[in-house]
Write a protein that binds this ligand. Structure first.
Ligand SMILES: Cc1cc2nc3c(=O)[nH]c(=O)nc-3n(C[C@H](O)[C@H](O)[C@H](O)COP(=O)(O)OP(=O)(O)OC[C@H]3O[C@@H](n4cnc5c(N)ncnc54)[C@H](O)[C@@H]3O)c2cc1C
Length: 410
C-alpha cells in the first residue's frame, strides 16, 4: 500500500492550487483526479466555462509560477465594472484607475487555469499525479486514512483533502452534512459576438429573474452568465440562435449593440451550499466541497483558492514546528481562518440575490438610492473594489506576495 503525507482528491482549480503550494514541502503528496485536464493552446476555441479571477488569486498563481502559463495561453483583463439595476434606477461604476491599478481582475477560462497549474505541478516535480483515478471508499484507523481507488489500488494518507467539488465524495464518506438551498435558478452560459466593443469592462445588469453578466474575452467577444428561472433557461437552450440572440439583446438593453452570434450554450443549476465542519482528524475540505456561492460576484473559485493557500500555510507552519499535520488542533486553525470569511461572502451574495429579486416598491427604491449613493462616494467604492479584488481581510502569505519581494515558504 502506497503511503502519503497528504492525498488530495480532486485536481480542479482548487485542488491543483493546493498541490502546487505543497510541492516543495518535502512531504509525500498525491493528487487524485478523475479527468485528465485538456491541453489548451492559445489558438484553440474559447471554452464555455470562464471565471473572474481576483487580484489575490492572480497573486497566488504568480507565486506558484502558474500565472505565466495562463497569460501565455489567454487571459482578459477587466479594467472597469459597470453594474446596474434593470428593474430600477441604480447604477455603480468601478474603475481600477481609481486605485492606481491597471485591472480589477481577469477573465480566464477554467480549463486554462487548471492546465497552467497542472503544468507548474509537472515542471516542479515532487507530486504523484494519480489520473485518471477516483476515490471509491475510505477507511479510517489509528494510522491515518486508507483510500481505495476505482482501479482497486489502495493508498494510505495521514491527511486526506477533499477538493472534489460540490458533490464531494470525500465529504460524503466522512459523513459531513452539506446544508443549503436551491436558488431555483439556472445559469445559462455562452460566448457572444457583439456589435459594440466590450471596452475591457465587466457588465452586469440585475433583472428580477436574476443577474445577467457580460464578461470581456481577449478576442473581443464576451462570455455571458445569465442567471434566470429554470423554465426560461430551458427555453433559452432550446431556442434557435437568432431567437436566443434577440432575447439576450433585449435582456441586456442592447448595451453593446446587436448580439451578432453566439456559440454553444449550457446551463448550470445554482445552489447555496455550506458545511458546518471543514475538518476532522486527518481530513479537510476546501473549495466547492466546503461551500458554493451564487456566481453573481464571481467569487466562488477565488474563495477556494484562498482556502488552498491558507491550508497550505497552516500545514507548512505545523511541519516547521514539528507538529502533526493531521491533528485536529492544527486543522482547526485552517477552519477558523476560512470559515467565517466564506460565510460572510456567502451571506453577502445571498443578500444581493434576494435584494435584486424583489419587485416590492419601497425596497426597489431603496436599493436604487443605495447604489447611486455608493456610486457618489469614492472612499466607499474603493473599499468595495479592494474587497472584490480579494485584497481585504487576513490574507495568506502567498496572496500577499508581490513581485519585488523575495518569496519564500516556511
Ligand atoms: C455559471 C457559473 C459561473 C461561475 N463563475 C465564477 C467566476 O466568475 N468566478 C469565480 O470565482 N467562481 C465562479 N464560479 C464558481 C466556480 O466555478 C467554482 O467555485 C469552482 O469551479 C470550484 O472549484 P473546485 O476545484 O473546488 O471544484 P470543481 O471545479 O468542481 O473541481 C472538482 C474536481 O474534482 C474532480 N473529482 C470529483 N470527484 C472526484 C473523485 N471522486 N475522485 C477524483 N476526482 C474527483 C473533478 O473531476 C474536478 O476536476 C461559477 C460557477 C458557475 C456555475
Amino acid at each position: 500500500m502506497d503511503r502519503f503525507d497528504v492525498l488530495i482528491s480532486g485536481g480542479g482549480m482548487v485542488g491543483t492550487t493546493l498541490a502546487c503550494a505543497l510541492q516543495h514541502s518535502g512531504m509525500k503528496i498525491g493528487l487524485i483526479e478523475a479527468n485528465p485536464p485538456a491541453d489548451i493552446h492559445g489558438d484553440d476555441p474559447v471554452e464555455l466555462r470562464v471565471s473572474a479571477i481576483t487580484r489575490a488569486s492572480q497573486q497566488i498563481f504568480t507565486a506558484l509560477e502558474a500565472w505565466p502559463g495562463m497569460a501565455a495561453r489567454r487571459i482578459s483583463p477587466f479594467r472597469e465594472m459597470h453594474v446596474w439595476d434593470g428593474g430600477g434606477e441604480g447604477v455603480i461604476h468601478f474603475d481600477a484607475a481609481e486605485l492606481g491599478e491597471d485591472a480589477l481582475g481577469h477573465i480566464v477560462e477554467n480549463a486554462v487555469v487548471q492546465r497552467a497549474l497542472w503544468d507548474a505541478l509537472q515542471a516542479g516535480g515532487g507530486i504523484e499525479l494519480l489520473c485518471p483515478a477516483a476515490v471509491t471508499a475510505l477507511q479510517r484507523d489509528g494510522d491515518g486514512i486508507a483510500c481505495r481507488l476505482q482501479d482497486g489500488r489502495e493508498l494510505r494518507a495521514r491527511l486526506l483533502v477533499g477538493a472534489d467539488g460540490a458533490q464531494s465524495r470525500v465529504r460524503h464518506f466522512a459523513r459531513i452534512q452539506a446544508r443549503g438551498w436551491s436558488y431555483d435558478q439556472q445559469a445559462v452560459v455562452t460566448t457572444v459576438v457583439t456589435e459594440g466593443s466590450h471596452c475591457e469592462t465587466a457588465w452586469q445588469r440585475f433583472l428580477p429573474t436574476g443577474p445577467l453578466a457580460f464578461l470581456p474575452l481577449h478576442d473581443g467577444r464576451s462570455s455571458i452568465v445569465w442567471s434566470t428561472t429554470p423554465q426560461q433557461a430551458r427555453q433559452l437552450l432550446a431556442d434557435d440562435e437568432q431567437s436566443f440572440c434577440r432575447q439576450l439583446e433585449s435582456a441586456f438593453a442592447a448595451t453593446l449593440g446587436r448580439i451578432e452570434s453566439c456559440g454553444e450554450r449550457a446551463a448550470f443549476p445554482l445552489r447555496l451550499q455550506y458545511v458546518d465542519s471543514y475538518v476532522q482528524p486527518g481530513l479537510a475540505l476546501i473549495g466547492d466541497a466546503a461551500h458554493s456561492v451564487h456566481p453573481l460576484a464571481g467569487q466562488g473559485v477565488n474563495l477556494g483558492i484562498l482556502d488552498a493557500a491558507c491550508l497550505a500555510e497552516v500545514l507548512l507552519d505545523a511541519r516547521a514546528q514539528g507538529g502533526d499535520i493531521a491533528a485536529l488542533k492544527v486543522l482547526r486553525r485552517y477552519e477558523r481562518w476560512r470559515k467565517g470569511h466564506n460565510l460572510l461572502m456567502m451571506g453577502a451574495m445571498d443578500g444581493f440575490k434576494r435584494l435584486f429579486g424583489t419587485t416590492w416598491e419601497p425596497l426597489r427604491w431603496a436599493r436604487g438610492a443605495g447604489m447611486n449613493l455608493t456610486n457618489s462616494l469614492p472612499p466607499l467604492k474603493q473599499l468595495i473594489m479592494n474587497h472584490a479584488m480579494g485584497r481585504s481581510g487576513d490574507l495568506p502569505a502567498l496572496a500577499r506576495w508581490a513581485p519585488h519581494e523575495q518569496f519564500s515558504v516556511p
